[in-house]
Design a protein around this ligand. Structure first.
Ligand code: ZN
Length: 272
């Protein structure tokens, strides 16, 4: 799976988050404004320019940005280490990731976001003979919850977990309150920024003794982060303290793009 954002996207997000002047950015880069804008859109340009200076000006780690521009991607994750975790990607114009996790003995299961449609979730649940008890929402953006109606129709007793203001009190996540799904222990952490209702779910207690898993929604991607032009400092702070402070081998499951780890993002994400 390619990175969610190419280097042009990353610099554009950083420019808008830091509110740096477009003309000044172009000047520092040694590009015409139109050239900078084309590069931000395409991620490609056929001449040399000062990307280091531009990355620094917009608050990125310039060394990491250069590596992303040179084609860095996270090492491919061998998901079989987490025998009871599945990634489901659905596409409707663009792709979004959902996840399903379960206890291998009791078959109790939780779904993280529904994606555009739930057919693949339903098929997995039948194949693995799962009892879906929970629907955990990372944030209420349309791509992540498009199939929520179908999921709740199929399992009317499913427990919804969200930090959305519009949700009934019983569905609101309790920060730090552990939710048990069989032997799995799931701890919600509030990660507002890209979305005010952003939640990261930390899943521990894997039967295979595999490392913790963080289902992060769009808080952070491999090499980038979800856009937040209103509260960018808060978004970065939350990723730093709630996600990247976890052990290096923690698996990060983002809402878009490839799986990654805390170690990979600490070492390579230009926003951090
Ligand atoms: Zn999204």
């Amino acid at each position: 799976m390619p990175l969610e954002d190419h280097i042009g996207d990353i610099c554009r997000k950083a420019r808008l988050q830091t509110k740096m002047d477009l003309v000044q950015c172009a000047e520092v880069a040694g590009l015409a404004v139109e050239e900078l804008q084309a590069w931000e859109t395409e991620g490609l340009i056929d001449r040399e320019f000062n990307m280091l200076a531009l990355a620094e000006l917009v608050g990125l780690d310039a060394g990491k940005a250069v590596k992303v521009a040179d084609g860095w991607g996270p090492a491919e994750v061998d998901l079989s280490r987490w025998a009871e975790l599945r990634l489901i990607t659905t596409a409707e114009g663009f792709e979004v990731n959902s996840f399903v996790a379960w206890d291998p003995v009791t078959r109790q299961a939780t779904v993280f976001d529904t994606g555009w449609y739930a057919d693949d979730i339903f098929a997995l649940v039948e194949l693995e003979d799962l009892k879906v008890e929970h629907l955990m929402i990372t944030h209420m953006h349309g791509d992540h919850v498009a199939a929520m109606g179908d999921v709740r129709k199929r399992w009317p007793d499913i427990r919804l977990h969200t930090n959305n203001e519009g949700a009934p009190e019983k569905s609101r996540v309790q920060e730090g309150g552990v939710i048990e799904v069989g032997t799995l222990k799931i701890t919600p952490r509030l990660t507002p920024g890209h979305a005010a209702d952003g939640v990261t779910y930390v899943v521990e207690g894997w039967a295979s003794a595999a490392p913790a898993v963080a289902v992060v929604g769009d808080a952070v991607f491999a090499g980038s982060m979800g856009k937040d032009f209103k509260t960018p400092a808060l978004a970065q702070e939350k990723v730093r303290t709630e996600i990247l402070a976890m052990p290096e081998d923690t698996l990060i499951c983002p809402g878009h793009g490839p799986l990654t780890t805390v170690g990979e993002e600490r070492a390579h994400n230009p926003f951090f």
